[in-house]
Design a protein around this ligand. Structure first.
Ligand code: FES
Length: 530
């Protein structure tokens, strides 16, 4: 059951300060050279870079620009992506790991160059990034990572100290990384894109792709966008193109709070590597110095009560920094690929016209720039040093096969588990603003009572591949643990891969369960499976 969260703003800090323009839907047929689908940081960066190359570009977004993961980030711009380099050397070799580091470092430089060139005020600030361990086990892992840094010539300070009290057994810093305000930065890129002749349409969902002589994208506005090349920058690829992306990634949710601390902050960006993980950086708001504290990751649909996660972050913040005021709280969803390296490139090895970028783990600030530049190279027919490491058609037996089996056995378990689960809550027991899985006439269903007391009852079977969705009390959404689809309280799709809403159940306390049918098609069609 839900409990109210007592934060001043239950939304990301970034949204409070950025003034983003709004755009019409695409309601007529249109023709362009390159279509970009997805208005997050990757779509906007790619559209901006392509327009700079002289390409005629149209961007469409299913909702509002920057309303997804990009608007919910902690916005650390760093090549220090947790514990990754030792693992990359182990699985792919030193050259591969060095290229990954170089790609991320180049991305930081490119973002900084854009900020200087366009004279963007976005609180850009160079900071060291630092991992810290609080256990002996963690210290051992950090030592292995330190060896990887030495092999890859990653610069680190002689010593790194934490500017706060914590049980710390070891630290590992990476110098000269950065943090910024992502939406202030992106609002200028949007402006520049429009000035170069680019077009943007919001509230326009791409529904289907036809690869004929030209590529035709059908939208939910009964319009068709025709193009020579298509770049998919939706968080989860809306079009699978027989790439089996739904079986090659998993979704995780994590949480962020923004507080005004009692203790003075001395700078830096920090990430603990032992569980429970904590991410820390500073930010500014309304003349105040804030700290953003993130963590509490869990697989989507498996995290239980949201309040628990926010409380855990608040308890850590209170103990470590003291809390003068509690300002913002939000959560985000991230996708991770089987080998932890994003998929950026052709949707299928032999496809030269449809490209995508996805699976940035939690490191979307640098990876979105890597993606923007790499996708631009693909569209322009140029070569790049980085194509081979990010290409989605890579498939190395280790660790991909192991992770593939783990990921898909998890999906299979959810398929079974949800069907067998019996729950006792009755819809009448819900308070206004609460949602829960209920048992209704012996069936598993989902119910939400809105602020007017109206009940919204749904079939909890995910319309992607049939797993059972769970209630997310923080976001008031129904989340699927299998591939991360999310639905609103009344069943509309918020995030794919699902494309169809959850079935509504006509609720009555006397009738048998009755389903309200929608124009049904075969479920397999909407997941684009071969
Ligand atoms: Fe794939 Fe729900 S997202 S079954």
């Amino acid at each position: 059951m839900d409990k109210k969260l007592d934060w001043t703003h239950p939304e990301p800090l970034w949204k409070k300060e950025a003034n983003l323009p709004s755009f019409e839907s695409l309601t007529e047929a249109q023709d362009t050279e390159v279509a970009v689908v997805g208005g997050g940081i990757t779509g906007i960066t790619t559209a901006y870079l392509l327009a700079r190359e002289g390409k005629k570009v149209t961007l469409i977004e299913a909702g509002r620009l920057l309303n997804g993961t990009s608007g919910h980030t902690t916005a650390k711009v760093t090549a220090q992506h947790g514990l990754i380099y030792h693992e990359l050397i182990d699985h792919f070799g030193e050259d591969h790991a060095a290229l990954y580091y170089q790609a991320q470092s180049d991305a930081i430089t490119s973002i900084e160059n854009s900020i200087q060139e366009l004279d963007i005020y976005c609180e850009w600030s160079r900071q060291d990034a630092c991992l810290y361990a609080t256990t002996k086990e963690g210290a051992k892992k950090l030592e292995r990572e330190r060896e990887a840094y030495e092999r890859l010539n990653i610069s680190q300070p002689i010593e790194a100290h934490l500017p706060f009290d914590a049980e710390v057994s070891s630290t590992l810093a990476m110098t000269n990384q950065a943090q910024f305000h992502p939406l202030l930065y992106l609002s200028t890129l949007i402006e520049e894109f429009l000035n170069s002749g680019g077009k943007i349409y919001e509230n326009t969902t791409a529904v289907k792709v036809h690869e004929n002589n030209r590529i035709e994208i059908e939208t939910d506005q009964d319009s068709v966008l025709s193009c020579d090349q298509l770049v998919i920058c939706t968080h989860f690829p809306f079009h699978d193109g027989k790439g089996f992306y739904f079986s090659r990634m998993y979704a995780e949710r994590s949480y962020v709070i923004a507080i005004e601390p009692e203790k003075e902050w001395k700078g830096g960006m920090f990430l603990s590597i032992d569980d429970p993980k904590r991410s820390i950086r500073s930010a500014e708001y309304d003349g105040k110095k804030l700290l953003l504290i993130g963590g509490e990751s869990h697989r989507t649909g498996e995290g239980g009560e949201n309040l628990f996660h926010y409380n855990a972050l608040e308890e850590f913040a209170s103990r470590t920094f003291g809390i003068k005021s509690k300002l913002f709280q939000w959560s985000a969803q991230d996708l991770t690929t089987l080998d932890k390296i994003p998929y950026i490139g052709p949707i299928r090895k032999d496809n030269k016209r449809v490209f995508l970028a996805t699976g940035f783990r939690k490191w979307g600030m640098t990876n979105s720039r890597v993606a923007g530049e790499l996708l631009t190279d693909y569209v322009m027919g140029r070569d790049s040093l980085y194509k081979s490491i990010f290409t989605p058609s890579r498939f190395k037996a280790d660790p991909s096969m192991k992770e593939f089996l783990k990921n898909n056995s998890n999906v299979a378990a959810h398929l079974m588990e949800g069907k067998l689960e019996l729950v006792g809550t009755r819809p009448e027991a819900l308070l206004k603003g609460e949602g829960a899985v209920i048992q209704w006439k012996g069936e598993r269903a989902g119910a939400y009572k809105d602020e007017n007391g109206e009940l919204h009852v749904l079939d909890t079977t995910c319309t992607h591949m049939g797993c059972e969705v769970e209630w997310n009390s923080g976001e008031h959404s129904w989340d699927c643990p299998c591939h991360g689809s999310r639905f609103s309280f009344d069943g509309e799709v918020l995030e794919g891969p699902a494309k169809k809403p959850l079935k509504k159940i006509a609720y009555s306390d006397t009738d048998e369960v009755r389903y309200i049918p929608y124009d049904d098609e075969d479920l397999s069609e909407q997941s684009d499976q071969p």
